[in-house]
Design a protein around this ligand. Structure first.
Ligand code: NAI
Length: 356
């Protein structure tokens, strides 16, 4: 395994990203693994964030993704009052990688080489089975079912937190005591999107759904009586709420002018392509509940698992506090007149600074 550690802020400055504490570029010849681990901040504790396994168009795209994701984890963990900093990893997927278990074991050795500065977990493209391989090489990993029935796949907890945020946000901003009869457009029916759709359906919402996986769409039509639209059209649907639960940057210069919703709250990380897109939503009168605030349920679950476990009901209660933070954010923003996105960024940065 070859590893090199870079710590040149100018590199990150050139990329327009906030400075990261450390980047680890790591390869493993045997399994053709190429991975990047980004440690954005350890001010609040070890950098905690999942590992994405994804086929990128270029190495630059992978680097940009991991930098944005790890910075987001710093904000997310601070906002959730967790004693952890922000980090994230990406493994660049390609067709020459034939031995998945070995690949994730090689990644586990890379995580171990950071001696606890970074703790890994699931993200898009990784499964509990992958994390079990990682865990066979390092103790610095979570998202694994533990004896005593705690831990494991964090997605249901993420979905619970997003649902709680939508419920409180709608109650406060859309003037409804219940979600009954509201229409929610869900982009992405994966682990989180599907579990969120279950909650919304049970609460009496009408669902519009899109996924690039036709089988998931068909299943959602059947189970939720959902209306299916093409993935290209989901951002332009008339609905009360848009819930992005696929990949990042769906809120951008092209999609925002076409949005026909009153509120946005979903699981996807880095939903805003740029900070200015948060302002554009504000200017259009669309309430954007920041991704890193509403999607923290999974990291809360992983963090408590890593710390030795907590009963599922206790984790659920902690996840539900996301709704209280949504309410506090709305109050703060009303006081300042700033957008919800900028108000949340400011609040999270204050919490990060307190840790320094
Ligand atoms: P997943 O990989 O299980 O699901 C993603 C779904 O989006 C898949 O069904 C995929 O086919 C679909 N998709 C991909 N491109 C699409 C497109 N252009 N249009 C519509 N659908 C598309 O991932 P998971 O775990 O559900 O995560 C979803 C998002 O939430 C990701 O951005 C992830 O980083 C974020 N997130 C997930 C957490 C978790 O606990 N799983 C925690 C916090 C954030």
């Amino acid at each position: 395994m070859n590893a090199s550690i870079l710590a040149t802020p100018s590199l990150f400055g050139l990329r327009g990203e906030a400075a990261h504490e450390k980047l680890l570029f790591v390869t493993d010849e045997k399994t053709a693994m190429r991975a990047i681990v980004a440690v954005h901040s350890t001010a609040r504790g070890p950098a905690f964030g999942g590992c994405r396994y994804w086929q990128y168009d270029s190495e630059e795209a992978a680097l940009s993704d991991v930098l944005r994701l790890s910075r987001g984890m710093s904000l997310k963990n601070a906002m959730a009052d967790l004693p952890f900093g922000g980090g994230k990893a990406v493994i660049l997927k390609d067709s020459s990688q034939r031995e998945r278990a070995g690949l994730f074991r090689a990644f586990g050795r890379a995580v171990q080489s950071l001696a606890g500065e970074y703790i890994s977990g699931e993200d898009v493209g990784t499964t509990v089975e992958d994390l079990l391989e990682v865990r066979s090489e390092t103790t610095f990993a979570a998202g694994i079912p533990r004896e005593g029935g705690f831990g494991g796949n964090p997605s249901p907890k993420t979905a619970l937190g997003v649902f709680a945020a939508i419920e409180r946000g709608c109650g406060l901003l859309l003037g409804g005591a219940s979600l009954q009869g509201l229409t929610v457009a869900v982009q992405g029916l994966g682990s989180v999107g599907w579990a969120l759709a279950e909650h919304l359906h049970a609460a009496g919402c009408r669902l519009i759904v899109a996924d690039v996986d036709a089988a998931r769409v068909a299943a959602a039509r059947e189970r939720f009586n959902a209306r299916a639209v093409s993935p290209l059209k989901i951002t332009a649907q008339a609905a009360d709420v848009f819930a992005p639960c696929a990949l990042g940057a769906t809120l951008n210069g092209a999609s925002i002018p076409a949005l026909k919703v009153r509120m946005i709250a979903g699981a996807a990380n880095n939903q805003l392509a740029t900070e200015a897109d948060g302002d554009a939503l504000h200017a259009r009168g669309i309430a954007y509940l920041p991704d890193y605030l509403v999607n923290a349920g999974g990291i809360v679950s992983c963090a408590r698992e890593y710390q030795g476990g907590a009963e599922s009901a206790l984790v659920d209660a902690e996840v539900m506090r996301i709704a209280d933070r949504v309410e506090a954010l709305i109050e703060r923003a009303a006081g300042s007149g700033e957008s919800l996105a900028r108000t949340a960024d400011q609040w999270a940065r204050e919490k990060l600074l307190l840790a320094h």
